[in-house]
Design a protein around this ligand. Sequence first.
Ligand code: DON
Length: 594
Amino acid sequence: MRDSLHRSRAALLSALLVVAACHPQPSAAPAPTAIVEPRDATRVAQAAAAAAFPSGWRFPVGVKPTEAEHAMVVSNSRLASEAGIEILRAGGNAVDAAVATGFALAVTYPSAGNIGGGGFMNIRMADGRSMTLDYREMAPLASSRDMYIDANGKLTNKSTVGYLASGVPGSVAGMSEALKKYGSFTLAQVMAPAIRLAEQGFMVDSQFARGIENSRRAITPFEGKAVFFPGGEAVKAGARFVQSDLARTLKLIAEKGPKAFYEGPIADSLVAEEQRGGGIITKEDLRRYKPEWRTPIKSTYRGYTLLAMPPSSSGGITMTETLNILENFAPLPPAGSVKYAHLLAESYRRAFMDRNSKLGDPAFVKNPLHQLTSKTYAKVLATQIDLNHASKTPAFETRAEGMQTTHYSVVDNMGNAVATTTTLNGGYGSGVWVRGGGFFMNNEMDDFAAQPGTPNMFGLVQGEANSIRPGKRMLSAMDPTIVLDPEGKLLMVTGAAGGPTIITATMEVILNVIEHHMTLADAMRAPRLHHQALPDALRYEPNGLSAAVVDSLKAMGHTVSSQNGLANVNSILRVPGGWHGVYEPRSVGGAVGY
Ligand code: DON
């Protein structure tokens, strides 16, 4: 009965994997620019010596990061990072730069950067104030619990492709709200680089061109084909890529504020597009959309403090629960060892079981936040881990993720920090392109339990806590995170794309730095592991574990499978004399500082 569902979802998955696969090998990526030499090269060299990757692993140890004395922006687009730095150099703060980077990503990284999607922003000001902004999409008012189930009780693919797949976009409202509250520049000022990039265009590189070609199936059924496939051919490397409709849209937002998007001419275009294709987002949906300020999930790990994302994202709670479990094992076994992989897998399994069954939009679900983040509870879970044998995940209700998101990290010269993750969910979202507006719509509705109990496009099964309700936010895994050192000083700004691997990869990069004493460059290049309870399998990257470690894990009872490129992380680390910035070596991007 689920064959057709699996077929259509498998097709989508493979399309999305192609998008992921188009990310270049590290040798093809532009070399990061070293801005200044590290002040404390000895310390860095010693730290680098702490990392040892398995033989055959794709990345070497000891690669240099981008170094900067004052400020840093790291994102999946070098042009977008430069947009952030332009604003910082002009005297803007980290929030100004984050908003500039976010709008620029909508132009230069259209598979995930967006104004038709949503996201989460984690801000820590240098004076210690700390807050998060939830600008996640919401289910339209005309949505309903079973809207993706056909007359035969089968789940359709309408939560992933086409007009019904979109939640009400939150990005423009969120970025504007963050700027209004904590920025120091106007929207027009911070949007100027994005408008320039859309209006004057930018040079298409081979990775961008390949990404578009590989997404032909997602883009061409809708009106974006005229922009991305002029004359039927994907935009070509070396061409200048101009997006006039998007430029006009961005100018309207810059001049008139978010109202232009939610009530003005852009809302008109968006709703007209919805009506043409049988979508259900209305002017009323757009008018009612509001971002939410929320208190960060604050936790400690061996004296370090983590500030992370609360629901409607599961990121902060799940990371906190995992780290609280791991804190019971001191010191952690070395990275790459059987014991480490086993401990991570068993801790992830327990934290994801809670996440998958208990969390949802706090406006609709009572999240057991205190229990799940408590050290006492984690101690109980830790004592249940058998150090020699894998446990099994019992059947329970879980939930789902998508495949194209983007995270960016910003610090300014005053020590303000912003971690932001934003997404359309799948690459190019639902594929729907708003005519006249010049942007893609998200397919975030698939993050809901479209049919509680049935696997989504990634094989995960979601529970009732995350079923569709009008006005509800779909549960996310996005986890923009800020780490403070034991003295309470800003240490790291990080986060990731990659569905549920967001949580595990973000946490592993943090652990690589604070527990395994790697440089940020090594921490980002180190092999990653992932377990999300169901499917009950420990995933690792090819050659990321030695054959002997894989055999031992199997002997312990783990199902082990390899997967290329787990997650897409962009991070900044404070070092003596400034900052290290590293964009995802498995993907594209730029770390730019001054
Ligand atoms: O909110 C979420 O958890 C998902 N929509 C994120 C999707 C994602 O990370 C895809 N990334 N590559």
